[in-house]
Design a binder for this molecule. Structure first.
Ligand code: SAM
Ligand code: ZN
Length: 273
């Protein structure tokens, strides 16, 4: 693994034990051509690296059937996700092309930028960002291993060497302070627990002057759509944001320079460290 990527990581096991986080290093390859795993220099915890994906989650309990996370790990949905599922489920509340165009504009990428794409799914945004980079890098993280495997297949198809995919639960942060110029998260903030601590982690891992770009959904004003949203919340655990709520969370984490753009219930925002 490139040193530039290793330098951005710090051990989540040390952090969970209340210790200062150790740095990670790559163990030697196993002789069969596979890359070595990652090991913490302080606590010795190992994180597996297989199929091009570093796994910081390991064995996790299966998601509840028909829950949002279950659908994000269900092979038929993953096969249709990028071109059919994502545009279709977005349409009642927003417009995916608008989300993509707005995010790309707000990212304001330069070739040397280092980017983190949180909840990258199959890497649909991650690949767009990578296409704008020169010597910079982009790391995509997601909880769903099947999504990431799909992402690896897509990366191999486009042969872009600037992308690294990792399996990370965003609530168990693995990144060192001041590691990125841009952090992006689309289609997932409404799914995360503990948003104040996630936003603080993002703030810490941005370099000074770095930018956080998020895309998610607001509560509808109309009664019929609100009933539909309430159903989705109870069935799939979605959180629809109040108009001022995101700005409060972002400024609570220390960000300034709030900007937001809204289309139907879709919101894309940017804030600066
Ligand atoms: C709707 S997809 C978004 C994918 C892509 N960013 C997009 O906008 O199309 C939501 C993703 O969030 C991921 N996710 C949900 N909870 C997560 C968590 N705690 N940590 C990391 N990823 C998570 C899911 O696995 C899923 O791939
Ligand atoms: Zn450790």
């Amino acid at each position: 693994m490139e040193k530039n990527i290793l330098d951005k990581l710090s051990c989540p096991a040390c952090s969970a034990a209340g210790r200062q986080r150790g740095r990670l290093f790559e163990t030697p390859p196993d002789g069969s051509g596979n890359r070595g795993d990652l090991r913490c220099e302080k606590c010795g915890t190992e994180f597996m690296q297989g199929g091009g994906i570093i796994d910081f989650v390991g064995d996790a309990s299966s998601p509840r059937i028909f829950s949002s996370q279950w659908s994000m790990e269900f092979p038929p949905i993953i096969a249709l996700y990028e071109h059919i599922w994502r545009p279709a489920v977005t349409r009642p509340f927003s417009d995916l092309s608008w989300e993509i165009d707005t995010s790309l504009r707000l990212m304001d990428l330069a070739p040397e930028h280092d980017v983190l794409d949180i909840a990258c799914g199959p890497g649909n945004f991650t690949r767009l960002f990578a296409g704008k980079l020169g010597r910079g890098s982009v790391i995509g993280i997601d909880l769903s291993l099947p999504m990431l495997k799909r992402g690896i297949a897509e990366i191999e198809r486009i042969k872009n060497r600037r992308i690294t995919l990792m399996r990370v639960d965003v609530t168990k942060w693995v990144f060192a302070p001041k590691s990125f110029d841009r952090v992006h998260c689309a289609g997932a903030l409404h799914l995360f627990p503990s948003l104040p601590s996630v936003f603080r982690s993002i703030y810490d891992s941005l370099r000074p002057g770095g930018i956080f770009i998020g895309a998610t959904y607001l509560k509808a004003a109309g009664r019929t759509k609100r009933l539909f949203q309430n159903y989705i919340s109870s069935a799939h655990g979605f959180h629809w944001f109040e108009p001022e709520e995101l700005q409060g969370l972002v400024s609570g984490a220390g960000f300034t320079g709030w900007e937001q753009y809204v289309k139907k219930q879709g919101v894309v925002f940017r804030a600066k460290k």
